[in-house]
Design a binder for this molecule. Structure first.
Ligand SMILES: Cc1cc2nc3c(=O)[nH]c(=O)nc-3n(C[C@H](O)[C@H](O)[C@H](O)COP(=O)(O)OP(=O)(O)OC[C@H]3O[C@@H](n4cnc5c(N)ncnc54)[C@H](O)[C@@H]3O)c2cc1C
Length: 224
């Protein structure tokens, strides 16, 4: 069972210029914002960006000591905010609140199993950049091109398991969904699962944990 969340006080509206953008694939990009001097966060937390009255949450991928706040964003073609963030010129002033959220690493005697789909990898990037080591990470993606931050995770995780659903010649990959890997390959022990990404994946993994890893804890962050 998950611990009950505590409430978080509202945070003031902040503004920061867009410093940089970098495309990771045809479907996802990073943006970096100048970090306001008063801004402090814990890896795994998010900010809430505002654009024309719409608010969208994005997990931070930078480390707390960096002088920029970096986000990893999926380009949703029909979306209202992500296409704006994909096209806004460097220098554009962005408004946001935060940090918010409880999807932070909790030390425990159980092994941490991180499970992400797509840009759901974001909070684990910040945790890794802040010195967290030795975790197991399952990253679900359609193709190898979408294995964002693969080099980082291969160097800092205890075990990195890319789960690819499109056919691929690549070695060192699991062919199938993250749920297929957990079902067929994962030793039946007690773990702390951290799930981030699509709601469908989070629901399916939670059901699987209930059935096969009953002494485990599940922490989850649903993107959509
Ligand atoms: C706690 C939290 C943290 C988040 N962190 C991140 C993050 O780090 N990176 C990130 O990319 N997103 C993240 N998101 C999702 C993000 O907040 C937006 O929902 C997303 O960018 C889409 O916004 P939009 O305005 O472009 O699309 P919208 O106008 O909201 O949606 C347009 C259509 O696209 C669909 N849609 C929405 N999101 C997606 C998606 N990701 N893939 C496919 N279809 C989608 C909607 O269902 C809708 O039909 C997070 C969400 C939450 C709740």
């Amino acid at each position: 069972m998950n611990p009950a969340p505590q409430s978080q006080a509202p945070t003031p509206l902040l503004r920061a210029p867009l410093r940089d953008r970098r495309w990771l694939s045809g479907k996802a990009f990073e943006i970096a914002l100048a970090k306001p001097p008063s801004f402090h966060f814990t890896p795994g937390q998010r900010i809430c960006l505002s654009h024309e009255g719409r608010e969208r949450d994005y997990s931070l991928i930078s480390a707390p000591d960096d002088d920029v706040l970096t986000l990893c964003i999926r380009y949703v073609k029909e979306g209202r905010v992500s296409p704006f963030l994909a096209m806004a010129p460097v220098g554009t002033s962005l408004s946001f609140t935060g940090p918010r959220g409880y999807f932070t690493y909790k030390p425990s005697p159980r092994r941490a199993i991180f499970v992400a789909t797509g840009t759901g990898i974001a909070p684990f990037v910040s945790m890794s950049r802040s010195g967290l080591r030795g975790f197991t990470l399952l990253h679900g993606a359609r193709s190898e091109r979408e294995l964002y931050y693969e080099a980082l995770f291969r160097s800092v995780s205890g075990s990195y398991i890319p789960c690819i659903t499109e056919s691929s010649e690549g070695e060192d990959l699991f062919h199938g969904r993250v749920t297929d890997y957990l079902n067929s390959m994962m030793p039946r022990e007690d773990y702390d699962f951290y799930l981030c990404g699509r709601g469908e994946m989070i629901r399916d993994v939670t059901l699987l944990v209930d059935a096969h890893f009953p002494g485990s804890l599940v922490y989850a962050e649903t993107f959509y």
